[in-house]
Ligand binder design. Structure first.
Ligand SMILES: Cc1cc2nc3c(=O)[nH]c(=O)nc-3n(C[C@H](O)[C@H](O)[C@H](O)COP(=O)(O)O)c2cc1C
Length: 174
């Protein structure tokens, strides 16, 4: 599969089999994050790898809706960034997260981005604080997202090239 085919095939996968991910594949996914470009080469991200089922269950409660895949996956990578080290921390974290998702797809694995930054738990605590507290992540490192990974247990159609929003592309001026 060439890179364009990979981009077309990638979809968010929210259901996974119970099969563990091979440690070599976990390493490749993390390596992809570590290879991502960052503003001023700050490389201030912190990736917390979680495989413990009990912790995954607790992480899934970081917000009332949209985080269920965390409880169902064999592997999650929590993406936090030291915001005192780089002002565009959201951008740096986002690029690294996308790299990891694309690497997972290239390995035939499914993944989903679970938004944490700007979200709240059921009792109104910022989701970032909830996740920081659970995993001992320092206050200076806001949590951007939780990436879930696993062997796909759902089939999703590839992207439909005919439905791309070309109307959002402006040539020369808006
Ligand atoms: C910034 C961002 C936040 C997202 N947050 C969530 C989330 O909290 N829960 C979830 O299930 N999916 C989440 N997603 C996945 C999107 O729902 C998904 O990418 C979108 O519906 C397009 O579908 P596709 O990835 O299959 O092409 C998020 C994606 C991005 C890029």
């Amino acid at each position: 599969m060439d890179f364009h085919e990979l981009l077309v095939a990638r979809r968010s996968i929210r259901r996974y089999t119970t099969e563990k991910i091979d440690p070599e594949q976990v390493k490749l996914i993390l390596e992809a994050g570590l290879l991502a470009p960052t503003s001023k080469s700050a490389r201030a991200w912190q990736f917390v790898v979680v495989e413990d089922a009990d912790m995954l269950e607790r992480l899934s409660m970081c917000k009332p809706m949209g985080a269920a895949p965390v409880a169902r996956c064999p592997l999650a990578v929590v993406v936090a960034v030291d915001s005192t080290a780089t002002e565009p921390w959201v951008e740096d974290g986002s690029v690294a997260a996308s790299y990891m998702q694309l690497q997972a797809e290239a390995l035939g694995l499914g993944s989903c981005w679970i938004q944490v930054h700007g979200r709240f738990t059921a009792d109104g605590t910022p989701s970032e604080e909830y996740v920081q507290e659970l995993l001992g992540i320092p206050e200076v490192c806001p949590v951007l997202c939780i990436l879930t990974f696993g062997h796909k247990d759902e089939q999703r159609k590839s992207q439909d090239i005919d439905k791309l929003k070309w109307e959002n592309v402006h040539i020369g001026k808006f």
